[in-house]
Design a protein around this ligand. Sequence first.
Ligand SMILES: Nc1ncnc2c1ncn2[C@@H]1O[C@H](COP(=O)(O)OP(=O)(O)OP(=O)(O)O)[C@@H](O)[C@H]1O
Ligand SMILES: [Mg+2]
Length: 465
Amino acid sequence: MHSIRSQFISFITALLLVLLLLLNTYPLISSRDAVFEEKRSSMTGQAATVSSTLSSLERLSPENIAEVLRYLDVSAYSRVVVTDLGGKVLYDTAGAAGEPTELEDLLTSLEGKTVFRSSFSEDAFNSSVAMPLSANGALTGAVYLSEHDAERAEIILGFQHRIRAASLGIGALALVLAFLFVFFLLQRIQALVRSMHVVADGDYSYRHKNRGRDEITELGEEFNQLTERLQTTEEQRRRFVSDASHELKTPLASIRLLADSIVHNDNIDAGTMREFVTDIGNEAMRLQRTTEKLLDLSRLDDKVSAPAEPVDLKKVVLDSLTPLRPLAQEKGVALETELEDGCVVLATEDDLFHVVFNLVENAVKYNVPQGSVGIRLQGDERNVSLTVSDTGIGIPEEDRQNIFSRFYRVDKARSREAGGSGLGLSIVHDAVLAHGGSITVGQNHPQGSVFCVTFPRPTTEETAT
Ligand SMILES: Nc1ncnc2c1ncn2[C@@H]1O[C@H](COP(=O)(O)OP(=O)(O)OP(=O)(O)O)[C@@H](O)[C@H]1O
Ligand SMILES: [Mg+2]
């Protein structure tokens, strides 16, 4: 594995090397080129002056050439050579006259061409120019000037040294800064990774300490939020498991007790026996109801219910009232309905049945004799709402926020006596939310409770599908 640190440092080093290389070569190459250019113009200019002055002489001889050159002052040049048309040296500041010249450039310029050369070597600029001489349009010879310039070279070399020293300093500083930067950045990332390990090991109460205000802080905040959600889920799961086991334990204990009494009682009469067995049956029924409700809840949790389709809520209300009428009659509670037509909701019939059934069942169960339950269904262009109100015992204000929690019962004894498991309203709540609706609970006047469920009305396209 390549660590971010080594990747980043190699990237920065490569970048710095390229930059420093450019910085160390480009200005030198261009200033050298500028010197070459300047030499070319000054030396060809000087050679042209020499050439035209010599051309005006009637006859070229070492003496009059020396005379002219003294007059033109060519002392800055390291060597000056003049030849005749045949290449014989007439004048040479670096040797004897009379021999044929050995200088290639002079021979070339005797063919009528000007040759300029300049190079940078041995810490100096070495330049030369060879130019033909002509009188009245005819070639008469050639002149050669050469120069050795160490002064300019020294300036450029000094400049080069300064750039090199400065760039080495800047490079080192940049590397140190880059190293410090990744060091601190990586420390923060490593701290986050350590926090992740702590949480992964099961400590959901741990929170990462965030510093600064940047993307890493954002990452840390996201991580903390995720941990918080994990913690909540984990707590809910634990509570649920303990509540569920408790709920199942109670009827199972009753069944065992009843069965034991039958087994250990030798002279039990038929009537008592029937009573005990009936009780066992009732407890078993309660167990069955609880497990069925738990299964409904886990199905809603997994969101694996059938696909939603347009459902007429009025039909669902009427269907769910049928099995509740005997219970209402037994308790002397009147069911009053006021149902609008055309209240269509996008959901599954099963889920809506659970919603209506549980709300109306509660309204009947927690009612008073001669009380009543009002079921009202109405819709506007945006929403469909179902209101279930009762004249029952009501729900104390402080319990209202909890009644949708699993296994929550206001009056445990009374609810259990009525066969309740405390799961009905959780199923209602989850089913309503699963289909995009909302549910509220309030107080009915003068007494009782009101539950109001609202679903968004589906659009025409949704109803068509
Ligand atoms: N209409 C109501 N009037 C008064 N109290 C209510 C009403 N509806 C619910 N409650 C209170 O809220 C608690 C939770 O209701 P929920 O329907 O979830 O459970 P349950 O009726 O006890 O059992 P289950 O519905 O699972 O058989 C009830 O135990 C009861 O105390
Ligand atoms: Mg209920």
